[in-house]
Design a protein around this ligand. Structure first.
Ligand code: PHE
Length: 357
């Protein structure tokens, strides 16, 4: 009996899990277990033998049962402990440290630009991306025979002769929102319109879909000087520097007179794009004084009001500010690129808190 005792107590204390323990229980005190069959053999003993062996076997059975129960408790405590360790969570930690998604540089720059112009008193206007050719061209003083229609590499959804509907285009610029805003708000007004535009063009600095911000200010005392100041202030705020070199080049747009294109000094050396240095210039916007015919088309009296307008390439200035040498990569949806150039979603650009940190 001593051997049995030693054997089971040591097996029980060595058991590593509840399954082994259950097997040991069956083996020792189960119906056909070793201790149980000993108890059955009590009947064959003499009364004297039975008197000695009976209580001893009972005591052994009790001892084994309580060792089993104690071990079972210990094993289940250990299992719970293990699980708790695995499921441990520090609820006082700040939310996700590791960045998951990120803000696309275009969205970031869009917000930065909006922030700067909002501070100068411009509100945000919107217009449709599929536009009638009246808004996209005619109202902007680009009649049917005008070469600008061809120059813009326009995507037509359908042309004049396709059916009875008036021709529509994927807007080639945000300028139609000038007309829509004049119609809706009247004068005086000060709006910007960030949005998508489309032209059939594809190379390192052109994609068929890109982004512009239109700006329009109409009042009774607006001049080219206001336009220039506004753009210079914008460019300094945007690039977060005191000086950026701009070049105003006399140009021509049907919807402005006089007109100027604006370039920013930059360098492309070694595949790296840097702003403010070097001998290259990157064209970033078109601008000018709103043509009287355009004011008229928007329902505003050109004898009383004047306006300045500009169209700025969001993608262009994003490339310049964040040193992206190829525009096409913006729209490849390559996760490695997005991780590299993306912005933290929790850092909203603000003039006080900083635009880009
Ligand atoms: N719409 C012109 C373009 O897309 C830019 C522009 C806007 C020029 C407003 C002058 C005034 O090229």
């Amino acid at each position: 009996m001593d051997d049995l005792r030693k054997k089971y107590l040591s097996l029980i204390s060595g058991a590593l899990d509840e399954t082994t323990l259950e097997e040991l229980r069956v083996q020792a005190v189960g119906k056909k277990g070793e201790i149980s069959s000993r108890m059955r053999s009590l009947g064959k003993m003499t009364p004297e033998e039975r008197q000695k062996a009976g209580p001893a076997l009972n005591a052994l059975k009790d001892e084994v049962n309580s060792a089993l129960a104690a071990k079972k408790m210990a094993l289940s405590d250990a299992a719970l402990e293990e699980r708790l360790k695995g499921e441990w969570l520090d609820v006082t930690l700040p939310s996700r440290g590791a960045r998951q998604g990120s803000i696309h540089p275009i969205s970031q720059v869009w917000d930065e630009v909006t922030e700067i112009f909002a501070d100068m008193g411009f509100s945000v206007a919107e217009g449709p991306q599929i536009e009638s050719d009246w808004y996209n061209f005619d109202a902007l003083n680009i009649p049917g025979h005008h070469p600008a229609r061809a120059e813009m590499d326009t995507f037509y959804t359908h042309r004049e002769h396709d059916d009875d509907r008036p021709p529509h285009v994927l807007r080639t610029h945000t300028s139609p929102v000038q007309i829509r805003s004049m119609e809706k708000i009247g004068a005086p007004l000060r709006i910007i319109c960030p949005g998508r535009v489309y032209r059939a063009d594809y190379d390192q600095t052109h994609t068929p879909m890109f982004h512009q911000v239109e700006g329009l200010a109409v009042d009774t005392d607006v001049s080219m000087a206001n336009l220039k100041w506004c753009l210079e202030e914008f460019v300094k705020a945007f690039f977060e520097v005191d000086n950026v070199e701009l070049r105003f080049r006399a140009s021509h747009f049907p919807f402005t007179e006089p007109s100027a294109e604006v370039d920013i000094r930059c360098s492309w050396s070694g595949g790296q794009l840097k702003v403010g240095e070097g001998d290259d210039w990157m064209e970033v916007l078109g601008s000018g004084m709103v043509h009287p015919k355009v004011l008229q088309a928007g329902g505003i009296d050109p004898k009383v009001f004047q306006g300045f307008a500009f169209g700025l390439g969001i993608d262009r200035i994003a490339m310049l500010k964040y040193g992206v040498p190829d525009l096409r990569a913006f729209f490849d949806s390559d996760l490695r690129w997005l991780r590299h150039y993306g912005f933290n979603a929790l850092d909203k650009p603000g003039l006080v808190s900083g635009l880009s940190q």
